[in-house]
Design a protein around this ligand. Structure first.
Ligand SMILES: [Zn+2]
Length: 423
């Protein structure tokens, strides 16, 4: 039988730094990257047992190849109000974030904003993550139409509190979610904005909705002391802010909890036992003066954690900014290396799914599949022969200096298709 023409697949070839665990990274001077998995240098077997023959077409890369970024907490609808901070959380929400989100009821406005965000997101090297829209279902549709990159996306559910322009009755929120679940399938994230935006019944109904359709939950937890005090007043029967979510059944291994700054020992143990994932947003916490997330606590209990920009409270939608911050703010209390920071900034949904569907008591994130590749520009002083991942990654972070164009040369998806090239 004559051989059919082989399928041609592009592969990246060049110097590579690949964090495989929080404390180990593979370094190669000139290798071909066949997959976005743990062992990216292994050539996949093909061409026998009826599998199609694959011919690999190397794309030679001058810079340094690393996994692409995954941002586990960002509000695309707040991008235009970034860098307006310096106010504490509740005031910032009232004065900047919520008025901006109200504008997304206008479809044309939402479409233009989503297109702008999608462009900047790719230039910043982010190819996936957990996105928040506005409470309007149309904001999600605009994001998808614009090609915005996300693994999960949800409209913040707000059924009580401020502001009246964004609050809607529970029945209409659930109706929206049902329609969105059909369109977005498992990418729809059930997203109670925070405890102050929902009553007990709303939180319970949302937990049930997430359970019924096996969806991820994302929310904010204990970001600011004023907020924690307001939650204690609004939910007098709950033992703590964390307990408000727990009583509703919202704390599961498919729950992403952003911030987690002002928590008690009991809260931390609850998060650990329910198996939730902490999304650490150090740049946002700095911008709003929310405080430092006690990373030493997360480590002591072996709670899985990932990184997020929290744009617009976070000032910059590039994860390099977050990496710089996480390596700086924890200092001697819980030092974070560049290898760990890059690992936490590139965890894919597949990895979190593996963790969430665990059948045993394994609590670490295992089996890393990445969402794509970045070619970083070669930083000054880093030769092709350099073997120390820490040194290479630190140099990339230093070169960034607030502008993705300083660091990022190109962005590829997991099949090595070019998504963005720095002009
Ligand atoms: Zn947020």
């Amino acid at each position: 039988m004559p051989d059919r023409d082989p399928a041609v697949r592009p592969v990246l070839q060049g110097q590579c730094v690949w964090p495989v665990t929080p404390n180990r990274a593979l370094v190669e001077g000139d290798a071909s990257l066949f997959t976005a998995y743990d062992d990216p240098f292994r050539r996949p077997e093909a061409g026998f047992l009826g599998l199609p023959r694959v011919e690999f077409l190397p794309i030679h890369v001058e810079g340094i190849i690393a996994p692409a970024f995954v941002d586990w907490h960002f509000h695309y609808v707040q991008q235009r109000v970034t860098r307006h901070t310096g106010k504490p959380l509740l005031r910032w929400l009232r004065e900047d974030a919520w008025p901006e989100e109200a504008k997304f009821s206008d479809r044309a406005f939402a479409e233009v904003a989503a297109q702008g965000f999608a462009r900047q997101q790719l230039a910043a090297g982010t190819v996936a993550g957990a996105c928040w829209g506005s409470p309007h279902a149309s904001s999600l549709r605009a994001a998808r139409a614009a090609g915005l990159r996300y693994s999960l996306i949800g409209p913040p559910v707000m059924t009580q509190g401020e502001p009246p322009s964004l609050v809607a009755p529970l029945a209409s929120c659930l109706e929206d979610l049902k329609a969105l679940q059909i369109e977005f399938e498992e990418a729809l994230a059930v997203s109670p904005r925070f405890a102050l935006s929902c009553d007990e019944q709303t939180l319970k109904e949302l937990a049930r909705f997430a359970f019924d359709y096996t969806l991820w939950v994302q929310t904010h937890l204990a970001e600011n002391q004023e907020e924690v005090a307001a939650v204690a007043k609004a939910f007098p029967k709950a033992r703590s802010y964390t307990d408000v979510y727990d009583q509703a059944g919202l704390l599961t291994p498919r729950t992403l909890l952003a911030h987690c700054i002002h928590l008690s020992e009991f809260d931390w143990r609850a998060i650990k036992q329910r198996g939730c994932i902490v999304v650490h947003c150090p740049t946002s916490n700095e911008a709003l003066g929310s405080g430092r997330m006690p990373l030493e606590k997360v480590r002591a209990l072996d709670i899985p954690w990932v990184l997020g920009t929290d744009v617009g409270a976070g000032p910059d939608l590039c994860m390099l900014d977050v990496i710089e911050a996480v390596m700086r703010v924890h200092d001697w209390e819980a030092p974070v290396t560049a290898v760990e920071a890059f690992f936490r900034a590139t965890v894919s949904l597949e990895t979190l799914e593996t963790y969430a569907s665990r059948k045993s008591r394994i609590t670490r994130m295992l089996g890393t599949v990445r969402a794509g590749f970045i070619e970083f520009k070669r930083p000054v002083g880093i030769e092709r022969s350099e073997r120390d991942p820490e040194k290479i990654l630190e140099a990339i972070v230093r070169a960034y200096d607030g502008n993705p164009r300083n660091s990022i040369a190109a962005v590829y998806d997991a099949d090595c298709n070019l998504l963005y090239k720095n002009p």
